[in-house]
Design a protein around this ligand. Structure first.
Ligand SMILES: [Zn+2]
Length: 364
């Protein structure tokens, strides 16, 4: 994953105190090494994976939400679930699944329990960015977000979406993350109702929101979602745009020019039935692209290798292994602010590895 460096055959990684000291061939490194040797056999080793978008608060909803019936049905059902009942056992299962399947860092959205989720993630041994989600009309008066260096993780802020978070709240949230040098996340252009709401067209989802007392004074910007995000100043190198399904070529150009990173959640989009993002155009655009599983309310599991395999199997055209791995390692580590410790296997970085499963290797 280090740009310009080839795959190393018969590789060895020298680790001391959990930090990578040297990377090279076994033949080169073995003679000067006197410590323990762990032979992984015939394995293809990648940096520890980064799941750029999850909602671990919803871990207890695994298998409980309907699939394939569109966004409005999915949300209506989700709102009938006990979404704010934190379930430590379900969280623990999810954290174990992430670790078992090679993930070492998650970008997790917390709608209500950011501090609790950060604590639980730190205790689990996963690195994290917990995005405290801004939703609704009220600008949070007080922040608990510390600025500072990424160690085990950080708490930052996300906007829920252009249609559920007031424009002033979105601007304030972005301004706060910008001032503190933190990543900002936003669900963007996920489904057709979002496009309709922005355009001021009829939308079953807007009806649902207004029936719940939301968006009663909402003024449609008469822009496409990406245009509106850009107009609000939300797009820059520190923004993670999640989903990006309903986009035009011009939208792709706008995101690309802004420097923002795109997080595709292919299986979540399929599960909910919102359609498929123009993956090939995103990859070809040169915009940084990464992968996320999204929540267990819209995916069967949190195994990022399953996300990668699904993406590769349904991708039209060339997608080399190093390109796919970059979407799960170097690119998301960078946008999470963890590129100095994770994302590649280089001296000085954390010794977090993932073994590429045979079923993924077989796709190349
Ligand atoms: Zn999400």
């Amino acid at each position: 994953m280090t740009p310009g460096r080839p795959v190393i055959e018969d590789a060895a990684i020298l680790v001391e105190g959990g930090i990578i000291r040297e990377v090279g061939t076994y033949g080169d490194l073995a003679p000067a090494h006197s410590g323990q040797v762990i032979d992984l056999g015939d394995a293809f080793i990648a940096p520890g994976l980064v799941n750029a978008h999850s909602h671990l608060e919803l871990a207890h909803l695994r298998g409980l939400c309907p699939s394939g019936q569109g966004f409005v049905t999915w949300v209506e059902d989700l709102l009938r679930q006990p979404i704010f009942n934190l379930d430590p056992a379900a969280f623990e299962d999810a954290a174990q699944e992430l670790k078992r399947t090679g993930t070492c860092l998650v970008g997790d959205i917390a709608t209500r329990f950011a501090k609790e989720m950060a604590g639980a993630l730190e205790a689990s041994g996963l690195f994290f960015v917990v995005f405290c989600e801004a939703i609704g009309e009220t600008i949070p008066k007080k922040t608990f977000i510390p600025s500072g260096e990424f160690e085990a993780g950080v708490i930052s802020v996300a906007g829920h979406s252009l249609y559920t978070t007031h424009v002033d709240v979105l601007r304030a949230a972005k301004a706060e993350t910008r001032a503190k040098g933190l990543p900002f996340s936003l669900h963007l252009a996920e489904h057709d109702d979002e496009t309709a709401i922005m355009a001021g067209e009829p939308s079953a989802f807007l009806d649902l929101l207004q029936a719940r007392g939301r968006l009663l004074d909402f003024t449609p910007p008469k822009k496409r979602p990406v245009e509106q995000a850009a107009a609000l100043g939300l797009l820059d190198e520190a923004t993670l745009c999640v989903h990006c399904v309903k986009v035009t070529d011009a939208d792709i150009g706008t995101v690309r020019a802004s420097g923002a990173t795109v997080c595709l959640c292919p299986r979540s989009n399929e599960y909910i039935g919102v359609g498929r993002a123009p993956w090939e155009k995103w990859v070809a655009s040169g915009a940084p692209v990464c992968l996320g599983t999204d929540s267990l309310a819209s995916n069967t599991d949190l195994d990022l290798w399953n996300e990668a395999a699904y993406f590769k199997e349904h991708f039209n055209g060339e997608l080399p292994l190093d390109g796919l791995l970059a979407m799960m390692t170097r690119v998301p580590a960078g946008i999470m602010g963890a590129g100095h410790i994770l994302g590649t296997l280089e001296p000085g970085k954390v010794a977090a590895f993932a073994r590429v499963p045979d079923r993924v290797m077989a796709l190349f």
